[in-house]
Design a protein around this ligand. Structure first.
Ligand code: ADP
Ligand code: CDP
Length: 216
């Protein structure tokens, strides 16, 4: 049996950076489920298929393939979309596509298969609640919205993306709201998740705290 650790939480709580670091140190595989939702949303929006057009989305999803290589590059139907999925444009649309049951259903098996094959740290919104309900350890990271927006704004600025702090803050609040209020797999800690508030912790401190929980 493989070991599965889940890390869920809202945007900017630290899931990706923490999961990536811990996976590397433990030699576990790493699943960035948000990247899959981003890639599919980007792909559909490029094809001008609106999130209201469920019939068209269903047809697209039937022939859709997703590949992730060991450098975390992500491909939709063979096309590399890695460079495009972390833009403010995708931040704005992703929650509309990811609220759709057809989309979530299609992506569920892709995510579960990864956990059958190898020890895994999976991060996202519903890793502990829906995708891996029997995970060996479930962690839910949270932090106040201003702190999360400041982190995301800094990250975008470092990548040369021009956007104001207020816009980032507003987007984060809106995405939190959409992700938390959707009917299927809302953003929510699993009943048996350990909740960690990272607002006043450094990345280093969060990584240490998570490693400590894993050892226990
Ligand atoms: P998430 O995956 O939850 O959206 P990320 O891991 O992408 O969050 O973190 C967003 C940004 O905040 C990154 O630039 C990351 O380096 C930074 N960050 C993450 N955790 C912390 C922390 N505890 N303290 C300071 N910065 C952090
Ligand atoms: O890094 P950040 O937390 O900002 O976002 P992400 O993890 O890349 O996720 C982007 C979006 O995908 C979220 O806002 C959700 O709408 C959706 N998502 C989801 O619905 N379920 C998941 N397991 C992961 C992401």
């Amino acid at each position: 049996k493989t070991i599965i650790i889940t890390i869920d939480g809202p945007a900017g709580s630290g899931k990706s950076s923490v999961a990536r670091r811990v996976a590397e140190e433990l030699g576990f595989a790493y699943l960035d489920s948000g990247a899959i939702y981003r890639a599919v949303s980007f792909y559909l929006s490029q094809k001008c298929i609106s999130s209201n057009d469920v019939a068209k989305i269903e047809v697209e999803l039937e022939k859709l393939t997703i590949q992730i290589d060991d450098q975390q590059r992500i491909f939709v139907n063979g096309a590399d979309v890695t460079g495009e999925i972390r833009s403010p444009k995708v931040d704005e649309i992703v929650s509309f596509y990811s609220s759709l049951p057809v989309v979530r259903r299609r992506l569920l098996s892709i995510q579960r298969e990864l956990g059958d094959r190898q020890n895994l740290i999976a991060e996202g919104r519903d890793m502990g609640t829906v995708v891996f309900p029997n995970a060996d350890l479930k962690i839910f990271l949270k932090a106040n919205a201003r702190t999360r927006a400041a982190r995301r704004w800094k990250e975008l600025a470092e990548r040369g993306v021009e956007i104001s702090y207020d816009d980032v803050y507003y987007q984060i609040i809106q995405r939190d709201e959409l992700d938390s209020k959707r009917k299927l797999s809302p953003l929510l800690p699993a009943e048996d998740a350990i909740i960690l508030d990272t607002s006043d912790l450094t990345l280093e401190e969060v990584v240490e705290a998570v490693k400590k929980l894993i050892k226990e």
